[in-house]
Design a protein around this ligand. Structure first.
Ligand code: GUN
Ligand code: ZN
Length: 439
């Protein structure tokens, strides 16, 4: 039985990127800015989009018109890498990756054995995504299958498009957080059958990272991917120098870190590798050849002292990149804050990340990195109607700065530098208002 979704019509200032590009210098010509625009949705999808004066006649008496005269409406933010169970441990002091996992992360994740607890955090997490204008996310759960149920159930309330999976982890972690090669395979398989392609949910096979899976478990993960080629693979890669040295010790027969995943059949066009801060040339080449994608997580890379992701190398090597908050190593749910730090990470490497390139990675580029650009990422007719209404002047300082913005690019850059969740006025999922700021 298909559910009827009310039609909506939104009038306002719209900004998006029309097409995928292969060089950052091509982005500016793909920018579409409509000062007085109209977007009409039907059954959650975009039915009409264009200038208000051309579209008025399209308005049927049934669609409710919402007018945002001073705001800026952009496609919903896409978060390519985030851990929902780590929401409560954001801002844990003083450690780099491997100690941080042992001291803070594993104890926190143990609590998700309790489904009621997982439900409570999942509801908080989904609301936090909406509050920050994020409409699609690729999410790590915990080793417990019930943590995946909790998340997909919470997202279904808003018909939100999420990609998520159960962590596979059978060594180098507390016993209470370890599965086995066999149980990880069976549990993941059941979850794929239960959730993948149900509503807007998609499943990701989720080995935590190479050090916490035995070769047998990675082989089982690869078997699952071969059996269900439409599902995603989501893991971590080359985040921290001690981690990389550990992988070399654990898998001496593999030529580099990525080669571990590649050997077990875990690279490919629906594979997302978080971080990739310290990739060697051979790994970049493998990322390109297998059409694998990267989640760039600047707030996390700075917070854990992991390093600086070389974004320009991803263009040079033609590897798709989206943006990840990586909560709880990352320090904000907000893609505006994430872009603020992304800019600085690039500045330290002599690369000036433009506002339009930032918008690209956070919307259409992220959708392309998830192989979802036929459904998400801009306002093209037929795509799913997920978008965010931004108030550019949420503080006195922003008001002062925005009054001086002469171009939409400058206004956007100032928003990305100064902005946070206070700038998210409303978030629409599948054409329906899922969040509105109330103060
Ligand atoms: N590598 C393995 N597990 C994790 C995690 O939970 N967070 C981050 N940032 N890196 C990881
Ligand atoms: Zn992570």
């Amino acid at each position: 039985m298909s559910i009827s979704i009310p039609s909506t019509a939104i009038r306002g200032r719209f900004l998006d990127i029309q097409n995928i590009v292969s060089q950052p210098s091509d982005i500016a010509e793909q920018v579409r800015y409509i000062e007085d625009g109209l977007l009409i949705t039907e059954q959650g999808k975009i039915k009409w989009f264009g200038a208000w004066q051309d579209g008025q006649a399209q308005l049927s008496g049934h669609s409710e018109l919402q007018h945002y005269p001073d705001q800026l409406i952009i496609p919903g933010f896409i978060d390519m890498h985030i851990h929902f169970p780590q929401t409560e441990m954001i801002g844990a002091y003083g450690e780099q990756l491997l100690q941080w996992l042992n001291n803070y992360t594993f104890p926190t994740e143990m609590q998700f054995e309790d489904k009621a607890y997982a439900d409570q955090i999942a509801a908080f997490f989904v609301h936090e995504l909406l509050k920050n204008g994020t409409t699609t996310a690729m999410v790590f759960c915990t080793v417990h299958p019930q943590s995946v149920d909790a998340l997909f159930e919470a997202a279904a309330q808003y018909q939100m498009r999420l990609i998520a999976g159960k962590v596979m982890m059978d060594r180098h972690a507390p016993d209470a957080l370890c599965d086995t090669a066999e149980s990880a395979y069976q549990d993941s398989r059941q979850l794929i059958e239960k959730w993948h392609g149900k509503g807007r949910n998609l499943y990701a096979i989720t080995p935590r990272f190479a050090p916490t899976s035995t070769p047998e478990q990675l082989a089982r993960a690869g078997q699952l991917k071969a059996e269900f080629p439409g599902v995603y693979v989501h893991t971590h890669l080359s985040e921290n120098k001690n981690e990389i040295a550990w992988v070399r010790e654990l898998f001496p027969e593999r030529s580099n870190y990525l080669d571990v995943y590649h050997h077990y059949g875990l690279t490919g066009e629906r594979s997302v590798f978080a971080h990739c801060v310290h990739l060697e040339d051979a790994e970049w080449d493998c990322m390109h050849k297998t059409n694998s994608a990267i989640a760039f997580c600047p707030t996390s890379n700075l917070f854990l002292g992991s390093g600086l992701f070389p974004l320009s190398k991803s263009w040079e090597k033609q590897v798709r990149v989206g943006l990840g908050t990586d909560i709880g190593a990352g320090t904000s749910f907000c893609q505006l804050q994430t872009l603020n730090e992304a800019y600085k990470v690039q500045q330290l490497q002599g690369n000036q990340l433009s506002a339009f390139e930032s918008l690209y990675h956070a919307t259409l580029g992220g959708a392309a990195a998830l192989q979802l650009d036929d459904q998400l990422g801009n306002f093209n007719v037929g795509k799913e109607a997920d978008f965010v209404v931004l108030n550019l002047k949420a503080t006195a300082l922003q008001q002062l700065r925005q009054q001086r913005a002469r171009t939409i690019e400058d206004a956007l850059f100032a928003l990305m530098t100064l902005g946070d969740e206070r700038n998210i006025q409303a978030t629409y999922i599948y054409g329906q208002k899922a969040y509105e700021q109330t103060i």
